[in-house]
Structure formats: structure tokens, C-alpha cells
Ligand binder design. Sequence first.
Ligand code: F1P
Length: 326
Amino acid sequence: MHKTIKEIRRIPKGILEAQKAFERFANLYEFKIPGEVLFTGCGSSYFLSQLLAMITTHLGGRGIALPCSELLYSREYYPLGTPQLLVSISRSGETTEAIMAIEALNIPKLALTAYESTLSRMADYALIVPTHEESIVMTHSFPAFYFAYLQLLLKSWGRETYNALEISQLTEEVLKAEPYIRNLVDSFDFRNVIFLGSGILYPVALEAMLKMKEMALFWSEAYHTFEVRHGFKSIADDGTLVVLLTNRPFDWHEKLTKEFQNQGAKVFTVAPENTGADYFLKTQELEGAIAPIVYLPVIQLLAYYKAVQMGLNPDNPRFLSKVVKW
Ligand code: F1P
């Protein structure tokens, strides 16, 4: 059995580990997350940065995310503001750019990582979520990192934290869709895939696009949900799977579904209500901040089964390494 699928199935456990990591951190440091935060990371860790920046803003602060390399070499083009904390995210804690980026600004630094690592030692604070993964591609560590930071943010700002057991069980429920997703992949041999998400689900769509490329070496795109109509949709035809991620479907989602179906594409909606899609996975209606956690298992399973269907080994994708160094 592939390590990747074992690691995806470990998402519920990862949430519980994240809770412990958050509690350890809270006991160790007298530290509160400030209102204005800059997040950085590479690859999946950059998409996670985007999610964390969005929840910071959503909850009343100001969050901004940049890939480490942009923070290092092109930061004058971005509205960085006056962040009071730099959060550098890296599963390995050894990615060259993440290590360099943590020194980019002279402000307090927090490392979000899976290991005692170069990154954790360089930071003022380290939130270590020990979701150690053997495969190259980041899977269960992503929702775990997200959850640990979310809990810390909520506690810092005097809000009620989530019940980790409940969230872990939610992910267990979602993982029951594994046979459905496998069947979808086997029944429709799509040639390309477009992921759509809005707001907090847009970085999830980006992460889905990356998972497809990493695990299945497969052509994938990601757009803000309705932005796709503005030219980009021309690539969709009868070989396309459109994956529509939404936690608040309304009539535009139904119209969009029809529009793609009229082009011959098949639509897979992941939402609390169907939008008239060819494939549908019902999710619980969840409040914004926690929603990404239930969509992530779905897109990871989709990429994994596409890789399997294509006869690839998702544990060891060609040209990729676990830690990217310069
Ligand atoms: C960053 C990253 C991963 C990707 C691959 C290569 O790693 O780009 O997102 O899946 O493993 O490295 P890290 O800095 O989070 O360890």
C-alpha cells in the first residue's frame, strides 16, 4: 500500500496531534498572535500561508501571504503593511527559502513546522505539529498545521476554540467518501481538471491543483469560482472535470454547473447542497474558518486515485524531492 494513502487516512489523527501541539505551545509561551501578520512558505506551505492570512483577516485582523522567494527578492511590489509577526511555514523546516525568509524582516518570528529543525531554532516561537510524513507530497500535515494555528489564533484573540474531537470526527466522515472518489476517477477518464473555490476555499482549490500535479503529474488549473467564466472556461470540454468547492451554494453555482455541462464537461460539486452536478459529495454546512479542513481530504483523495488510475507511484513523483534546497 502507498504511504500517501496511509497518510491521507491519518487526517483525523493529525487533527488530534495538532490540538496537542497547540496545547503544548500555549503552556510553553506567554504569547498572543497580534492583529497584523505576514505568512510565508513554499508550495503547499505557501497555500497554507494564504489560508492563514485569510482567516486572520476574516476574524478581524490583517493577514497577508507571500511565497518565501517573493518575500526575499520582490517584496517592494506587495502591500506588506506593518506586520507585527512573521509566520514561516515549512513541513520539513529545512527548505532553503523558508529558512532565508525567516530572517527577511526584523520582527518577531513564529515557525510552523513538523520538526525541531533549522527553522524552529531560528524562530522566536515554534509551533511544532509532529505529523511526520514519509511521502514527498504534503497531505495530512496540511489540515493539521491549519488546525493548530487556528486554535492558537482563536485563543489569542479570546474566542472559543474548536472541539478537536468533533473536528477530527468530521474529517473521518469525509474520508468515508474514498470509494465514491475512486469510482468517480474510474468511471470518467478526464484529461484535465479545473478546481474552483471562492474566499477561504480558493487556496484549497490552489492546493488541489498542486496535489494533482505532484501526485498524478496531471494537468490541472485553479480559479476563483466565478472568475473562471472570463475567458478561462474555453479550455473545458468533454474531457474536463470541473471540481466546484463551495460551503454556501447559491443560484450562480447552478448556472455555472450548467454552463460547463453545456460545454461537455462533467462537474463534481463538493458542497452542502447539489448544484445539479454530475458528481456530488455532500458536506456539512460549516462556518468559514473550519471549512477547509473538510474539503482537503476530498481533493487529496482525488489526486491520489488519479495517480493510481494512471499507474503512477504517488509516493515518489518524478522530478520532485521532499525538501527543496538551493
Ligand atoms: C515545501 C514543498 C512542499 C512540496 C514538496 C516540496 O516543503 O514545496 O510543499 O509538497 O514536498 O517542498 P516544506 O518547506 O513545507 O517542507
